[in-house]
Design a protein around this ligand. Structure first.
Ligand SMILES: NC(=O)c1ccc[n+]([C@@H]2O[C@H](COP(=O)([O-])OP(=O)(O)OC[C@H]3O[C@@H](n4cnc5c(N)ncnc54)[C@H](O)[C@@H]3O)[C@@H](O)[C@H]2O)c1
Length: 372
C-alpha cells in the first residue's frame, strides 16, 4: 500500500484530495495546522475522513514536518497562506520556505519519498496572455491605478497602448505581481528545481479558482462562489468590482482532486507545471445571474464602481497540456454552484461573513472606489 502525506489535508482541496486517495487505496496521513479563520477553534472539520491519520502541526515546524514524513512514499503539499493581505513575509514563510524545508528533509535525511505534487495557482500568470492586432501576443503588466480611477477597466497593449483581445493562458510565461502569486511561483521554482536536481519527481499544479462544497465561507476575502452564494442566501445583492465584465474559468474541486491524483500516478507529468482549469470563460455578471437562477432568488449583482487595486482583469487557463494526460473538467458551473449552496445552507453561522471581510479590506485600502 502506498503511504501518502497531504499537507493542508483538512482544508478544501486537501480534504477532497484525501477522499480520492482513500478511494484509490492509499493510506493517508494529514499534516494540518488547522489555521483560523478557515478552521474554528482548531477543531478537526467534520468533512475530514476518519480513515486518515491526522497530525496537527505547522509545515514550517521542522520537527512536525519530519514526523509527518516518516514512512511516507508520496507527498501532496497543499498547505498554504492565501488571500491578499499585507503581511508579505508570511506568504514566503509558509508557501516558499516551508517547501524548501520539505526538500531539505527529504534530501538530507535520505527519505524514500518517490513523488511530490505542489499546489500552485493560476495567479502566477498575473494579467495573463493577450493579442494585439498590431503587436501580436503580449503579456501586459498590472493596470496603473490612474486607469482604474478613470474606470477604464480593460487592459491596454504595453507596446502601442491599443486595445487587446484576451487569449487563454498556457503554461509558458509567468508574471506574478502580488505577494501570494510571487510566493506560489517561488514555491514552484523550489520544488521543480530541487526535485530535478535531487531526482525527486515533482509536479506543480496551477489551479484556477476552485469551487465546491467545504470551501470555508469564514475566509471570505476572495472566491466568488462563496461570496455570491452566502450573500444571496442572506437576501443581499452581491457586489461586482469594476464593471463585472471580468472573465475567469472556474473549476470543480472534485476535478482538481482527480487531477492531483492523476499527476501523482503518471510519470509523464514529472518535473512540469500544469494548468488545472474549468475550460470555459464566465464573466462576474454572468456568474451572478447564474447564481440567482440556481438559488431561485430575484437579486441582481450591484456594480457600484469599486475596484480592488492589483486585481487581474481577465484570466482564463488553457488546459490542453493536462488534457494531453487524459484529464478534462467534468462538472459545469450551475452544478458546482448548486452543490456549494446545498452544502453552505447546512453550515452553522451563515450570517453574511462577506460584509465583515469587505469592511476589513476597505480599512486596509485593498478595495477602492473609482472616480465618477
Ligand atoms: N481554492 C482555490 O481556488 C485555489 C486556487 C489556486 C491555488 N490554491 C492552492 O491550493 C491549496 C489548497 O487551498 P484550499 O483552497 O484548499 O485552502 P484551505 O484554506 O481550505 O486549505 C488550506 C489548509 O492548509 C492548512 N494550513 C495553512 N497554513 C498551514 C501551515 N503553516 N501548516 C500546516 N497547515 C496549514 C489550513 O489549516 C487548511 O486546512 C493551497 O496551496 C492554495 O494556495 C487554491
Amino acid at each position: 500500500m502506498t503511504n501518502a502525506l497531504v499537507t493542508g489535508g483538512a482544508g478544501f482541496i486537501g480534504s477532497h484530495t484525501v477522499d480520492r486517495l482513500l478511494r484509490r487505496g492509499y493510506r493517508v496521513r494529514v499534516l494540518d495546522a488547522l489555521t483560523p479563520p478557515v478552521h474554528l477553534e482548531g477543531r478537526i472539520p467534520e468533512h475530514l475522513s476518519p480513515a486518515v491519520e491526522f497530525m496537527r502541526g505547522d509545515v514550517r515546524d521542522r520537527a512536525a514536518l519530519r514526523a509527518a514524513l516518516e514512512g511516507i512514499d508520496v507527498v501532496l503539499h497543499l498547505a498554504a497562506y492565501q488571500d491578499y493581505l499585507t503581511d508579505f513575509s508570511r506568504f514566503f514563510d509558509v508557501n516558499a520556505t516551508a517547501t524548501a524545508l520539505l526538500y531539505e528533509l527529504i534530501v538530507n535525511e535520505r527519505l524514500p519519498v518517490q513523488k511530490v505534487v505542489v499546489a500552485s495557482s493560476q495567479s502566477v500568470y498575473g494579467e495573463g496572455k493577450y493579442r494585439c492586432a498590431a503587436d501580436g501576443v503580449v503579456y501586459p503588466p498590472l493596470r496603473p491605478e490612474a486607469q482604474l480611477r478613470a474606470r477604464q477597466w480593460e487592459v491596454r497593449c504595453p507596446v502601442c497602448d491599443g486595445p487587446l483581445q484576451v487569449e487563454i493562458t498556457d503554461e509558458a510565461q509567468v508574471r506574478p505581481h502580488n505577494q501570494y502569486a510571487m510566493s506560489k511561483y517561488t514555491q514552484e521554482m523550489i520544488a521543480l528545481n530541487l526535485g530535478q536536481r535531487y531526482g525527486i519527481p515533482t509536479v506543480a499544479m496551477r489551479y484556477s479558482i476552485t469551487q465546491g462544497p467545504r470551501q470555508s465561507f469564514r475566509n471570505a476575502y476572495s472566491g466568488i462562489c462563496r461570496i455570491f452564494v452566502t450573500r444571496m442566501l442572506a437576501g443581499q445583492a452581491p457586489i461586482a468590482y469594476e464593471d463585472g465584465g471580468q472573465l475567469r474559468d472556474y473549476v470543480y474541486v472534485g476535478d482538481v482532486a482527480r487531477a492531483n491524483v492523476l499527476v501523482l500516478e503518471d510519470p509523464r507529468a514529472d518535473y512540469q507545471a500544469f494548468n488545472v482549469g474549468g475550460g470555459a470563460a464566465t464573466s462576474v455578471l454572468e456568474y451572478g445571474a447564474l447564481t440567482a437562477q440556481v438559488l431561485g432568488v430575484d437579486l441582481a449583482v450591484a456594480v457600484p464602481g469599486e475596484y480592488r487595486f492589483g486585481d487581474t482583469r481577465h484570466i482564463v487557463s488553457d488546459i490542453s497540456k493536462l488534457a494531453g494526460l487524459g484529464w478534462t473538467p467534468s462538472t459545469p458551473l450551475p452544478q458546482i454552484i448548486a452543490e456549494y449552496a446545498a452544502w453552505a445552507r447546512q453550515q452553522p453561522g451563515l450570517d453574511d461573513p462577506y460584509a465583515q471581510a469587505e469592511q476589513v479590506m476597505k480599512q486596509l485600502g485593498t478595495v477602492r472606489t473609482a472616480g465618477l
